[in-house]
Design a protein around this ligand. Structure first.
Ligand SMILES: C[S@@+](CC[C@H](N)C(=O)[O-])C[C@H]1O[C@@H](n2cnc3c(N)ncnc32)[C@H](O)[C@@H]1O
Length: 310
């Protein structure tokens, strides 16, 4: 009896493992055929674990009770086909991870990118190095899912009052949901920063502004069709660098004396951004490079107008 029980359990495990491998290979085959996917194995794992609502480890630990009803299997295949057509995986599964935060994402809202974590790390470093006040005010311009604002609030807690604004009502709804589910207090404001900045100043200036703005040129956006599933206004503002240029003109009004502006940088406009802020009385105090490019920079307002960098 004992051996036959163990034996049937082993058979069950083998049958379930074969089924899992069969499903895995089918999904892999679909994703491998796609021009949009660079790591199909990782994406199959994310699809499977999200749909079955278990972790990667549990997938194998719970093999004994692994079940995949036909309708779930068909749904998985549909999702894989959709993903293979370029539709973002994070929209399909409804969430993504940013630093240590699990964030809801939704169609119509920009999906946080891993490189933006460099910007958050840099802003946090500058805050810790530069400001010793008990209470700081931070503004996140173009908050999207709220990833930057929420990551900063999570790290600094009561020490910081975080305001986050976006022109997209849809983005703000997702950002507010994320703040609630993470239990983090951030104030969200809807509006175009270039229209509402004076109203913001009247409520108090900021120690630090952080932004991952729309910064790609229209041509770049048009030639990268994998981006077309996300809102164009999250990527493109006017002819390309204009968001930075317009922001450079109002930033000193929004900041306290010696306040700091931290920006994610598009590779097309690295020098241009620093030059524009230099000309408005800012000096670069810290930055991050990755793969040979400067990906984020922080500039302090020192109030002296410069005409060239250095
Ligand atoms: C590149 S996304 C960044 C989103 C988020 N901060 C992140 O890093 O994932 C730029 C965001 O800026 C917002 N945006 C675009 N133009 C804006 C404007 N004039 N005023 C305020 N927000 C704007 C877009 O709606 C979008 O959510």
């Amino acid at each position: 009896m004992f051996f036959s029980g163990r034996f049937s359990e082993l058979i069950l495990l083998i049958v379930n493992l074969m089924r899992l491998l069969e499903v895995y290979s089918k999904l892999l085959e679909i994703l491998r055929a796609s021009e949009f996917i660079s790591d199909p194995n990782l994406e199959v794992e994310r699809l499977l674990t999200a749909l079955l609502n278990i972790s990667r480890e549990q997938l194998f630990l719970k093999l004994r009770s692994f079940e995949l009803p036909d309708e779930v299997y068909l749904h998985l295949l549909e999702m894989a086909e959709r993903r293979a057509s370029g539709y973002p995986l994070d929209y399909l599964i409804g969430y993504t991870y940013f630093r240590n935060l699990k964030l809801r994402v939704k169609e119509g809202v920009f999906i946080p990118r891993p490189e933006t974590e460099f910007l958050v790390d840099l802003a946090l470093k500058v805050i810790r190095d530069s400001f010793h006040e008990k209470q700081l005010r931070v503004l996140d311009v173009g908050t999207g899912t709220g990833c930057i604002a929420l990551a900063i609030k999570k790290e600094l807690g009561d020490k910081v009052e975080v305001l986050a604004l976006d022109v997209s009502e849809r983005a703000l709804r997702v950002a507010r949901d994320n703040a609630i589910s993470l239990g983090l207090e951030v104030r969200f404001i809807e509006g175009d920063v270039f229209e509402i900045w004076k109203k913001l100043v009247r409520q108090g200036r900021f120690h630090l502004i952080v932004s991952n703005p729309p910064y790609v040129s229209p041509d770049w956006y048009e030639s990268h069709k994998e981006l077309w599933f996300e809102p164009r206004e999250a990527f493109v503002y006017k002819s390309g660098p204009d968001f930075y240029l317009e922001l450079s003109k109002i930033s000193h009004e929004l900041l306290i004396e010696r306040g700091v502006m931290c920006l994610e940088l598009g590779f097309e406009y690295q020098d241009l951004v620093v030059d524009a802020f230099n000309e408005r009385g800012f000096e670069e105090i810290d930055w991050v490079e990755f793969n040979g490019y400067k990906v984020a920079t922080c500039l302090r307002y020192i109030g002296e107008l410069k005409t060239s960098r250095g």
